[in-house]
Design a protein around this ligand. Structure first.
Ligand SMILES: [Zn+2]
Length: 122
């Protein structure tokens, strides 16, 4: 069994990907038939969480990943420090299945529009 989104392989008996919460498919060919698109890349954890919330609300399965950044921005580290334990600076990636791409871009656009309004109010 394989996850069509994160491409992880599962033993027989599993039906759902524990990371993506979506139904597994039986064969490698079915997995290969599912294209995965990069929806968003950035280093703003708060924005990433907003996008993930939006995707969850829209019931769009996604895969998110964080990778350590080699050149942390000091101001961002300070910002993160306010919300959570000190940790290295990360870059975030959000991937969605190609069939959800248009829908998820719509979610992203709404979030970015809302952010613009926030900025104008400041
Ligand atoms: Zn998965």
């Amino acid at each position: 069994m394989y996850c069509p989104l994160c491409k992880a392989e599962y033993r027989q008996g599993f039906t759902t990907c524990s990371d993506c919460q979506i139904a597994l498919v039986a064969t490698q060919q079915e997995v290969d038939a599912v294209a995965v698109d990069r929806l968003w890349t950035g280093d703003n954890r708060k924005k990433m969480e907003k996008i993930l919330d939006g995707l969850m609300d829209a019931e769009i399965p996604f895969r998110s990943k964080e990778t350590p950044k080699s050149q942390p921005w000091p101001w961002l580290s300070m910002l993160l420090f306010r919300f959570m334990k000190p940790r290295p600076t990360f870059e975030f990636h959000i991937d969605v299945m190609n069939k959800d791409s248009a829908k998820s871009k719509e979610v992203l656009r709404k979030i970015e529009d809302a952010e613009k309004v926030d900025e104008e109010e400041d």
